[in-house]
Write a protein that binds this ligand. Structure first.
Ligand SMILES: CCCCCCCC/C=C\CCCCCCCC(=O)N[C@@H](COP(=O)(O)O)[C@H](O)/C=C/CCCCCCCCCCCCC
Length: 238
């Protein structure tokens, strides 16, 4: 799954990028480390090939912390993802928490009780299946983006890697206005090496090695979820 990133996002925004880079670096004092995020996705996987909800949400919360450190330009993205995460956290602290222990138990429970809103979002606006599907699609983008970063040349542009992975995944589900806002925001991303250093995994080379080890777990979580949703014909939930 190697994506191209030799395109080119228009110039400009250099000053903004420098500011963002400084800000992101400074904010790594917060103890963020991508290792913990990747470990959370690894911890999702059980021997029975189910996906545990709590580490899945922990992984997402870690990603949101990272995204927030890139600046307010990404607030509209993180707000939307946080809304979905909070729907799931609410279920995990409710009386029905056991039903939401794994993605599989959630799908079984919500389908059996008509809680999905298969035809109309308005029927079940807080459906767990729907919230997870949105995050699942974003995980596809993340997988491609991190793989793109990992396999790119030192002088590659993060914004281009990000745009290409977005266009090949999430963008297919977004209206024009969101696609436009997202691709404008990507222009503010720091350079590849600054981005890799910001993951707090050591040097860019060490970060690349770590990504190589850990990405298969993210991919596995993605594959199991994709199969589960395909089996129940839920990949296009409104
Ligand atoms: C340290 C690791 C390196 C990578 C760090 C990346 C951190 C990424 C964190 C979050 C990723 C984005 C999550 C986006 C979830 C979007 C869910 C979605 O598709 N929502 C749309 C549909 O929802 P409903 O209306 O059906 O409820 C919603 O319409 C869209 C909202 C706006 C967000 C769309 C922009 C997506 C851009 C994704 C790329 C993020 C760029 C990060 C740059 C590193």
């Amino acid at each position: 799954m190697v994506i191209g990133w030799r395109g080119g996002v228009g110039g400009g925004g250099k000053r903004r990028v420098r500011v963002l880079r400084g800000k992101a670096m400074a904010e790594r004092q917060d103890g963020f480390c991508l290792r913990e995020v990747l470990a959370a996705f690894r911890a999702c996987l059980t021997a029975e090939q189910t996906v545990l909800m709590d580490p899945y949400l922990r992984g997402w919360n870690g990603l949101i912390r990272f995204l927030n450190s890139l600046g307010t330009i990404f607030s509209f993205v993180s707000k939307d993802a946080v809304t979905k995460i909070q729907i799931m956290e609410k279920y995990r602290s409710s009386d029905q928490r056991e039903r939401y222990e794994t993605l599989q138990s959630m799908v079984e429970y919500e389908l059996a009780n008509g809680l999905v809103g298969l035809k109309n979002q308005g029927e079940c606006p807080e459906s767990g299946c729907r919230a997870i599907l949105r995050l699942h699609r974003a995980l596809h983008w993340l997988q491609m983006f991190l793989e793109g970063l990992r396999t790119s040349q030192e002088d590659s542009k993060t914004s281009v890697i990000c745009t290409n992975s977005y266009n090949a995944s999430l963008a297919n589900y977004h209206p024009w206005v969101i696609r436009k806002a997202a691709t404008l925001a990507f222009r503010a991303l720091p350079t590849r090496n600054a981005f890799l250093e910001n993951m707090n995994l050591g040097t860019p080379e060490e970060a690349v090695d770590m990504l190589g080890e850990a990405l298969p777990y993210v991919c596995k979580v993605y594959e199991i979820t994709e199969e589960l949703y395909a089996k129940h014909k839920m990949l296009d939930l409104p």
